[in-house]
Structures are given as C-alpha cells and as structure tokens.
Design a protein around this ligand. Sequence first.
Ligand code: TPP
Length: 356
Amino acid sequence: MRDNDVASLLPSDSPIQLLNAAGEPVEGGYELPDRDTLVEAYRRMVIARRWEAQVTALTRQGRLATYPSAYGQEAGEVGSVLGLEDRDWLFPTYRESSALLTRGMHPREILAFFRGDWHVAYDPYEWRASSLSTPLATQSLHAVGFAHGEHLQGRDTVTLAYLGDGSTSEGDAHEAMNFAATWQTATVFFVQNNQYAISVPLKHQTRSRSIADRGAGLGMPGISVDGNDVAAVIAVVREAAERARAGQGPTLIEARTYRLEAHTNSDDPSRYRESAEADAWREQDAIERLERYLAATGEVPEVPEAEEIAQLTRDVMNEDVTVDPLELFEHVYAEPRAALREQRDALAAELATREA
Ligand SMILES: Cc1ncc(C[n+]2csc(CCOP(=O)(O)OP(=O)(O)O)c2C)c(N)n1
C-alpha cells in the first residue's frame, strides 16, 4: 500500500510497459498477465478493431448520424474492461463503444445512440455501464458518486470513469478527482490520452509534464502507462481496482495512445496534423505487438467472431426502425414538469397534423 507522501504518488518517468512495440517482454514493475488473459485480450482487440472499421464504414453509408472511432485505441478499450471484475461499473464517454462490446453488449444496443434511435438503448444495470456521455467529464462525477453510494450500501463495487485528455481540463474532472481522493472512493480514472481533443493537441491543453502527475496534487497515485500495451493496461487497471476495492481510494491512470482516425466522421484531421505522425504511432500498434508475443511463445488464435460481429452489425444497422418521437419526453422525470408536458403536447399536435 502506498502512503500519501507526494513522491510515492507520482508516475514513473516513462509510461509503464510490459511488452514493447516488438512484442518482447520488458521489465515494467508489474507481472505480465497469464497467457489465457493475453489470448482473450488479443481476441477482444481483433474483434474491436474489426468492429470500429465496420461502424465507420456504416457511418459513411449514412446508416449512423455520427461516430467517434476508437480505432487504434483497442488496448485501452479492452484492457480497461478486462482489468475489472464483471460486477464493476463502467462510466464511458462517447468513444467507448469497443469497451461496451467487450463487456458483451449487442451492437444494436450500443449503436442505437449513434443512429439517433434512442439515447441509451441498453439497461445500465444489466451491463454495469452508465450511458455513453457526450457532455465531457460529467461521467467522472457520476462514477465518484456511484462508488460512494455503493460504499454506503456496504458493497465494494469499483467504478471506472473513462476520460479523454482534453476532458481533463474540465472543471467536472477536477471536482470528481478531488472528491474521490478526499472521500477515498473506489474509483479508477482512466484517461485515454490520444493526444488530441478534436484539433487541439495536448500541449495547448496543459503545462503539466503529464496528466498522471496531477494525481499527486490531489492525494492519489498517478500511473502513466503505455496505452498501446494491453498487458500493461490490464496490469495497472487490476492493481488500481484491487486498491480501490480494499478501501485504499482512487487512482488516476493516464494511458498514452493515439487516435488514428478522425475525431468523428465530421472531422478532417489532415487540417491540423501530419499523416507522418499517425504513421509513427502505427509502429506502436497494440494488436501487432501482442500477436508477435503470442507467436513467439505459442499459438496465435484465429478470431472468426470478428467477421461474425461485423456481419451482425451490418445486419442490425440496415434494419429499418420505427421510433416514436414522443418517447423523447419519457424517462426524464418521474413526474414530468409542466414545461415538458407543454412541449410534449405541442409535438404531439404537430405530429397529428402531419399524419392527417
Ligand atoms: C462540456 C462539453 N464541452 C465541449 C464539448 C464539445 N466536444 C466534444 S468532443 C470534444 C473533444 C474532447 O477531447 P478529449 O477529451 O481529448 O476526448 P477524445 O474525443 O479525444 O476521445 C469537445 C470539445 C462537449 N461535448 N462537452
């Protein structure tokens, strides 16, 4: 257990790595996860990448309104989920579809949001995942409050709040981290530093040496990890979750990675960054490095499910759905407020004139 002296809370100078870009094991201060876990992580990352490519293609075909791809961030998406227990709760941003897929959610449940059919088309309690959050950093407050609530009810549930690098500049992120550290909630802040907040590079976002450094100022450990090394991500998330579950408080993890695709389908990254930068990051690829390690130490599994899930995703996104626009007003308040009732009635009247 770490004590609260500042030096012990600071991250290592370079991000923790257990497998280097060539797929060779390196000394990173954590035990390499066992082979079964790594094989599962490989399968899940191959599925996630195929899924990200498929969803982006469907977006181009006009089947989804918008999509923020996590192509290239598979180690963070998959490693964060595999490092937790199934009963732990995820508090995702809009970029965490692959994390939800890794949890086991059906593509229809995840993508209804991006097609504009439903705000949250899944049962958060079934999947232990809150809604995909678009207002930046709000989910970090929810994660802290939820963890605190669970503690008050005698449960040792861990919550993991996903954040982007840009989102760490939000007041909500600071408030959530401060509350978590002060109250020692069982929360893991998992920042995927993919280097950009749309077009804004990290250097315009902070003067800190790293995002993980901020943990020390708040009184919680900050961990910097290679976000393209799924073995390292699993190891650090596991340790943070174990500490949280044991009542030793929150951890701030900064996973360094890169957003290989555009921010969303409506963004053009060639306007603000060189393609050589993305090419350099491709050399750090998470799937290739794990594949090399698995090949050097045994069998590399086939992953036929990747194509099956891509096919399933095409099928469900090509289904025609009928949505009732009036559902927009449901599930907001237990007792709808007068203004909301008026708006609902106005929409109902307008829809009636169109049908007539
Ligand atoms: C409170 C708030 N302010 C602004 C936005 C607009 N916005 C959407 S995504 C984004 C960039 C977020 O970047 P980052 O947190 O690094 O996450 P990434 O998209 O790179 O995963 C911004 C500014 C928003 N959704 N919410």
